[in-house]
Design a protein around this ligand. Structure first.
Ligand code: ADP
Ligand code: MG
Length: 245
């Protein structure tokens, strides 16, 4: 099948001082593909996402977005960040702004969208994440799950082609995890290209097209959920799966 290669990573390497955190990473993500990135804590998952979004500077290797080689030296970082949205474990909403104001801020300032249009689009997004009645409240009045759904809406307001999620449900009380995963699943069903770092193996199995397993800075295995969970190839993968079940 000829689908667009949305992300291509070649030979990516990254160290923090003497700590070699990403080792010769190769990864390709196609349009509408949902990749779940799994692995134990410290294996380099966040650093990989952060390099994709230029929150960290890679040491070596190449990153292509939609076939175009991107580099913070030659590219407008804001342009890449508009194409590649990111949602973090902690919601990072502006506490002194209402939900609606949080969502319209970047479209108005970065994309120069007229305020009226930004508001209309924000209300549509709030409806999509089931929070249209919260437009005028402040983040402190929301549950963790609601905050995270606002964070997703805020990221979508920039109309990204790719969404990166870094453990979006890890900071939530267990009873709030489901509503955020449901929002993400809906986004996946609509065809969004997504890379999701998660410990939610049920979500990974159900929603992912492929699972990427990282260990000590390397990609050990990339496979379909069925193969990954039921027929893992690598010894290290088997060990990891035993710790998560
Ligand atoms: P994961 O997300 O899989 O838990 P990370 O990418 O956060 O892993 O971290 C990988 C390794 O890099 C860890 O050993 C972590 O301590 C280290 N690390 C991450 N960010 C920094 C940083 N800014 N400075 C120094 N070390 C870092
Ligand atoms: Mg992490």
């Amino acid at each position: 099948m000829d689908s667009i290669e949305m992300i291509k990573i070649e030979n990516l390497n990254k160290s923090f001082g003497s700590l070699h955190v990403l080792k010769d990473i190769y990864l390709s993500v196609h349009e509408s593909e949902v990749v779940c990135l799994v692995g134990s804590s410290g294996s380099g998952k966040s650093t990989l996402l952060r390099c994709l979004n230029f929150l960290e500077k890679k040491d070596r290797g190449s990153i292509f977005i939609r076939g175009e080689k991107v580099s913070p030296d030659t590219h407008n970082i804001n342009h890449v960040r508009q194409t590649v949205g990111m949602v973090f474990q902690h919601f990072n909403l502006f506490p002194h702004k209402t939900v609606l104001e949080n969502i319209i801020e970047a479209p108005i300032i970065v994309k120069k969208i007229p305020k009226r249009q930004a508001k209309d689009e924000a209300m549509e997004l709030l409806q999509k994440v089931g929070l249209e009645d919260k437009a005028d409240v402040y983040p402190s009045k929301l549950s963790g799950g609601q905050k995270q759904r606002v964070a997703i809406a805020r990221s979508l307001a920039m109309k990204p082609d790719i969404m990166l999620f870094d453990e979006p449900t890890s900071a939530l009380d267990p009873e709030l995890v489901g509503e955020v995963l449901a929002t993400m699943k809906e986004l996946a069903d609509e065809g969004m290209t997504m890379v999701v770092v998660t410990h939610e193996m049920g979500f990974a199995r159900e929603v992912a097209d492929s699972i990427v397993f990282m260990n000590e800075g390397k990609i050990i295995e990339k496979n379909s959920p069925a193969e990954f969970f039921d027929n893992p190839k690598e010894e290290r993968t088997k060990e990891f799966l035993q710790t998560t079940s």
